[in-house]
Write a new protein. Structure first.
Ligand SMILES: O=P(O)(O)OC[C@H]1O[C@](O)(COP(=O)(O)O)[C@@H](O)[C@@H]1O
Ligand SMILES: [Mg+2]
Length: 381
């Protein structure tokens, strides 16, 4: 056991009342009981259980480091217990995100989403945890980029000598399972060249360049890629440290004042605006959405979780929510058409291919159509 503190968020959707809307309070109570017992036994220092939409969020602190079997096993046990409640109550999609029956040391690849950040606690350690529903991890690309690399968002990049050197982005390719470290501001355009494709390249970690301090971590689990079939959306989480040589809390929240379009929403198959909401509105109803995000503010004190403060519970975000509603209305009017519905590549991981499969044999050859040459062929002539 080291001196360092690890903040672990492990989340999963293990069933919901009336569709994919929100968990039952008894599920949250079941998960809370498991974590309270673990706290008594000193396995964890502190914890908080909440939800966004239908995803149960386990927020835990401990001294065991990232990817520790005790912590992952504990989360698995809590989700199992919440699943048992879901089954008893015949809730919808009971145990949805638990892709395996048996736990084997780590929840990665087994369905739940994970963001863990090991830290040397600073004199004061302000941290924000973000929890989203009905979207994918790439939804964090734009806000994380703006927090750590956009001087029009983060005044500190210009003004504060401690972050004037910039940050290092670890970008993860979910299809190839490999990542690349890139420096900002020097390589900003290259970073953007990758992360503008959020279904594939995800900002996974951000480090302060001057001392390699780990400033942010995003969960990168893509549920349907893991399962190889449509299960549900990934519904990602992120941890961002703030202040004192890092972006201020207001700079961390600022990008969310723009409800950018993300993939997810109904059946994980639609683009829609990401709406920042207080915890009381963290339930998804209109067309199973629109995609939603909460921001919880904490101070960590020797591993104790001081908080949370419900950061989007502020009238200053009312106009963002109104804009998100207008965008939601506009996007919905497209019905089953792109770009509201996702493009064919992303639809590969939904239930659409089985519908298309049925139609395949009904196509008959009609008149010859000249096949347009590939751009590369044209260039070679
Ligand atoms: O479970 P069903 O009836 O097949 O419907 C698909 C469901 O998948 C979802 O995309 C699941 O969303 P989650 O990933 O948040 O669980 C819902 O929008 C939709 O209700
Ligand atoms: Mg969900």
């Amino acid at each position: 056991m080291g001196d360092k503190i690890t903040l672990s968020i492990i989340k999963a959707d293990v069933g919901s009342i009336a569709g994919h809307h929100m968990p039952h309070p008894d599920q949250l109570a079941a998960a809370t009981k498991i974590l309270a017992e673990a706290k008594q036994k000193d396995i964890i220092i502190d914890f908080y259980v909440t939800h966004v939409g239908d995803d149960i969020q386990l927020i835990m602190t401990h001294r065991k480091g990232v990817d520790h079997p005790d912590i992952h096993g504990l989360a698995w046990e809590a989700f199992k217990s919440a699943t048992k409640v879901a089954k008893e109550l015949k809730l919808y999609a009971a145990g949805q995100d638990l892709l395996s029956e048996a736990f084997s040391g780590n929840v990665r690849g087994m369905g739940p989403g994970v963001a863990e950040l090991e830290m040397e606690e600073r004199e004061a350690e302000p941290v924000i945890t973000f929890h989203a529903d009905k979207t994918e991890p790439g939804a964090f690309n734009m806000p994380i980029y703006r927090i750590f690399a956009d001087p029009f968002n983060t005044a500190g990049l210009v003004i504060d000598p401690k972050m004037h050197d910039g940050f290092i982005f670890e970008v993860y390719d979910v299809f190839e399972g490999r990542s690349v470290l890139m420096k900002t501001p020097e390589e900003s355009y290259d970073v953007l060249a990758l992360i503008g494709t959020p279904g594939r390249y995800i900002v996974r970690r951000v480090y302060r360049k001057s001392d390699n301090l780990l400033a942010a971590v995003v969960s990168v689990e893509r549920l349907n890629l893991t399962a190889g079939r449509y299960v549900g959306k990934d519904d990602p989480v992120a941890i961002v440290r703030a202040q004192h040589g890092l972006p201020a809390v207001g700079e961390v929240l600022e990008p969310f004042s723009f409800p950018h379009l993300v993939a997810g929403w109904m059946r994980g198959s639609h683009h829609g605006p990401l709406m920042p909401v207080p915890m009381r509105y963290a339930k998804v109803t209109r067309f199973d959405g629109p995609p939603r995000i909460i921001a919880l503010g904490w101070n960590i004190s020797k591993g104790r979780l001081i908080g949370p403060v419900d950061l989007f519970d502020d009238v200053a975000f009312d106009e963002t929510r109104r804009l998100a509603e207008m965008i939601a209305e506009y996007m919905r009017r497209h019905g089953p058409f792109m770009p509201h519905r996702l493009g064919p590549e992303e639809m590969e991981y939904t239930t659409l291919p089985s519908v298309l499969e049925k139609l395949k044999d009904r196509f008959v050859k009609t008149e010859e159509v000249k096949v347009v040459k590939k751009h590369s062929d044209l260039l070679s002539h």
